[in-house]
Write a protein of this length. Sequence first.
Length: 228
Amino acid sequence: MTPAGERIAEAHYAECENQACRGCIPRSAQHGYLCGVCYRRVVDALGRLAWLIAHLRSIEKPAQAIGERVDTSMEKSILMPDPWIAADELMTALGARVIPSTASIDDAIRLAHDAVTIDVDAWVNTLDGATSAVVLLKRMGVALRRWPDSEAQFRAIPYLQCPNCTHPHLWRAAPERAGDELRVVCGTPECGYAVAWETWVKQYAPAFAAIEADMKRRARAADKEKTG
């Protein structure tokens, strides 16, 4: 089992008898203790993390709530802004010291860039390092939802299989440089599938529509069950 608990969709152990199971076999570790998908996400995260940490340090307002109730009367009693706490949690996951509260924004940028300059392969080659890398991804995801920053280089496309290798490892790849096009790529190392986003969407629009309709149907059924 990888620290991320990644599992291969629609692949099962022979003794699995759960009809609702969508896959119970974990992906094999390919880079230290991480599977190829998680390793790629970590590398992508480190390329953007320094500026996200600096972005968090530049904010002195509480986050937008994610589903939970927030008592706004507590805001004035908080000595340190919660985006600063989020930045410190990201630094800690990197194994670096937290940014001093007296640090300037220039100091924060320098310290953040120093923290992400690490040997990724050596880091994930230990169980503690790989676990920290997974924790980093989780914390970064929460921070990006609460304080939106840059476009993720890779975003997973759920439910649909790669038309070339049939594995469900499709990614939406953002442009790397100005003028580059948005693409769909396969995360399976041996596949190499890549196509322009617009071309892919036009070709698989019916599949998108079917998935959307099925999700709406499931949502209506769930709401009906709750209301009795």
